[in-house]
Write a protein that binds this ligand. Sequence first.
Ligand SMILES: Cc1cc2nc3c(=O)[nH]c(=O)nc-3n(C[C@H](O)[C@H](O)[C@H](O)COP(=O)(O)OP(=O)(O)OC[C@H]3O[C@@H](n4cnc5c(N)ncnc54)[C@H](O)[C@@H]3O)c2cc1C
Length: 477
Amino acid sequence: MLDVLIIGAGVTGSFIARKLSQYQLSVLLLDKENDVGNVTSNANSAIIHSGYDPLPGTLKAKLNVRGNQMFDDIARELDVHFKRVGSLTVAINDEQMNMLADLVKRSKENGVPASLLTKEEVLRMEPHISKEVKGALLAPTAGVIDPFNLVVHCVENAVDNGVKLHLNEEVIDIKNNSDYFLVKTNKEEYQSKVVINAAGLYSDKIASMIEEIDWKLIPRKGEYFVLDHYDVGLVNHTIFPLPSIKGKGVLVSMTSSNNYIVGPSSEPNDDVDDVSTDSYTLSEIRRQATELVPDIPFNQVIRVFSGNRPTSTRHDFIIESAKSSKFFINVAGIESPGLVSSPAIAEYVFENFISKLFNLVKKENYNPCVKKYHVLNDMDVHSRNEIIAKNPEFGKIVCSCEKISLGEIKELLSRSVPPKTVKGVKRRCRAGFGKCQGGFCSPLVTLILAKHYGLSPLDIKWDKDQSNILVEEVKKL
Ligand SMILES: Cc1cc2nc3c(=O)[nH]c(=O)nc-3n(C[C@H](O)[C@H](O)[C@H](O)COP(=O)(O)OP(=O)(O)OC[C@H]3O[C@@H](n4cnc5c(N)ncnc54)[C@H](O)[C@@H]3O)c2cc1C
């Protein structure tokens, strides 16, 4: 019998698992995907929002602000690239200037440091912003993070502290047997005292497995451009327009790896698995973004992508126990600012639910820090040469665009949540993230994975099932 079964290894379920790993509980984290953080947590703006925007009094406001405060420690403990670059919310007409004044009020109510800047101050800080700018709201605590390793390292840390992780397991049915839940997946049946539903875009389906629910998810798709990371200095902060009922609007920002990101759109999308992009939406994003930053070098776009927000009819995070059982906890409708809020969501779930359901004992050997590994791009030349002298595989470059070595990829394969797919390698070490988008390194990564797992290269997948890279052998590999 498990103590807690968590459905969904996105950023929400992962932080809950990590929080619970501090205590003597048997915890299972389940995901239907072949990797952690492979759905919404994999496709977002990766902004650690300051918290000036959510309506005061909402869970979104409370958990965004608390989450933001937690990120210096989290980035250090989980060894994730994170920069507090600050955000500027820019007004380009008088009506928007009035709206900025309201946002300053809202920032104060939410307890978020923020100040109004004049046109001259904005242009001094951000010379590429439109000369039409009238002023801006500066929120210095906003930041940018590596969203991929945030989840991977969070789960690795949870697993290293005793949480069990089962991937490729889809929950298909749940029965409430009064003193435990029987959770059925495509592979197994589990008995668990507590179930936490952190299934993102599917959290309504999971919640409905045990009772009728009075909320609905209305997913909204967001599309993006990603630019290469050579044109340093386009913007120094995350640049937002004024927010609207559709969300925070099309932003222009550097990422934690010094690329630039432009987007997202915000359109309803019935098909939660549809992460396509289309030229009409992308050109509209481009139009809106260039109103704020006219000289975005769109000739440096290396990728477009999209993700779906699990927006709910409650317009706030839904974090509550089921009507029929205090042992079933829904953590649903976690749309933006879900990434920044995730550690605070875990804390909230722990304090308001889990701590009241168990007599908890802390683990003496709990370690909040993820095991470190070598990231050569973060090292100086001297340290790099030292590690290459010890192991020449760190000198063999597999991804020329991002300069990722064979040694680094092999090191990932021996970790507690190793990549199984080419995309899994890409998300962890950036091999394939550069200008050629894996054109040169994907075949090499495919061979490395095949050799490590004792598989034929034909069996190695880019990402999900049916995404094999090779279809048949034409000559011996
Ligand atoms: C366009 C866009 C921009 C965003 N920008 C930001 C931002 O800048 N900052 C910010 O803070 N937030 C942002 N967000 C929000 C943030 O990405 C989400 O709030 C967060 O990723 C949600 O995480 P999650 O773990 O709840 O959901 P997910 O990441 O979707 O994880 C849910 C998991 O549940 C699994 N699952 C579902 N059904 C089952 C089942 N039946 N059995 C087993 N597993 C199952 C899924 O496979 C998935 O891995 C953005 C979102 C989008 C879409």
